[in-house]
Design a protein around this ligand. Structure first.
Ligand code: R5P
Length: 292
């Protein structure tokens, strides 16, 4: 791969990836016509292996322009076009829960697989799929944030107790906790609606005095973390450090989380956000090198 294109909003990560991979970074021309249609212009790419760095939070506004750009790059003679999407959207609807529902994960995977030759992402939110290969027909590489999260906790939190968002996260939080010799627990979560979450935190009385570290793969509405912070306060525990891999922070999520008064919020730089503190550049560069 010998050219990185930074999708708007992804310039910081694209630049650090460019440095790590010794690849130049450019920005495609993107704008909107007054009626909302997208305008895209590829640069000089003939014979070059190109990758676009585009995290796919807020995917509906990005996907169509991204497909247009991939098409323009191919038309201009790019030798290959890859996608570095540190956050990969549309994985939650992985089956029909009600008759007639769109299984958006499959359609989205088909669209991206038709436009790109390869895809690198970080900790995709796979639930019923075992791997991206079940729905993506292109080469994919998955980068795991756990080692960098563990290193960050070790450097920044005294006597941590790592707490995952639900029982399904047990393997993930145990990996983080195991890497730094810390204990771990998982929340028991009941979600009654998008913003209505109730949690309990079983068995944490075994670790009095530890600093709770809430670690989640996605912070979307932030309500899982807000509920956990409330529960920890009821249990008279220290205010937790909140760690998220993907800082989506939908609508008022960041304000709601700040209002709950965690000790600190730290996210990985898969989505550009003021809370980014855990740098995945090296891990992503290694994942990209595996494919190209
Ligand atoms: C659940 O499967 C995830 O690990 C997160 O706990 C969830 O997506 C967080 O969502 P929210 O921030 O909306 O509570």
């Amino acid at each position: 791969m010998n050219l990185l294109l930074a999708w708007p909003g992804n310039e910081t990560l694209a630049q650090s990836l460019g440095l790590a991979l010794s690849v130049p970074v450019e920005s495609p021309v993107t704008r909107r016509f007054p009626d909302g249609e997208a305008y895209l212009r590829a640069g000089e790419v003939r014979g070059r292996d190109v990758a676009i760095v585009a995290s796919l939070d807020r995917p509906d506004e990005k996907t169509l322009p991204l497909l247009f750009l991939a098409d323009a790059l191919r038309a201009e003679g790019a030798a290959s076009v890859g996608l570095i999407a540190p956050y990969l959207a549309y994985l939650r609807q992985d089956r029909q829960f009600l008759r007639g529902e769109a299984v958006t994960s499959r359609t989205f995977a088909r669209l991206l697989s038709g436009a790109f030759q390869w895809l690198v992402t970080v900790d995709p939110h796979l639930h019923r799929y075992h791997s991206l290969g079940e729905i993506y027909s292109i080469e994919t590489a998955v980068v795991h944030a756990a080692p960098e999260i563990a290193a960050w906790i070790k450097a920044n939190v005294e006597s941590p107790l790592v707490i995952g968002p639900d029982s399904e996260s047990e393997q993930w939080v145990s990996e983080i906790a195991g890497a730094i010799g810390a204990p771990f627990a998982t929340l028991e979560k009941t979600r009654r609606g998008d913003r209505d979450v109730e949690v309990t935190i079983p068995r944490i009385e075994r670790w009095p005095g530890h600093t709770p570290v809430l670690a989640d793969d996605i912070v979307s509405t932030g309500r899982t973390m807000v509920a956990a912070i409330g529960r920890l306060a009821e249990l008279k525990r220290l205010a937790p450090v909140c760690i998220g891999v993907h800082a989506i922070f939908a609508q008022d999520a960041w304000q709601a989380l700040m209002a709950a008064k965690p000790a600190r919020i730290a996210t990985c730089n898969t989505i550009e956000h003021p809370t980014n503190a855990i740098d995945l550049t090296a891990a992503l560069a290694a994942g990209i090198r595996k494919l190209v």
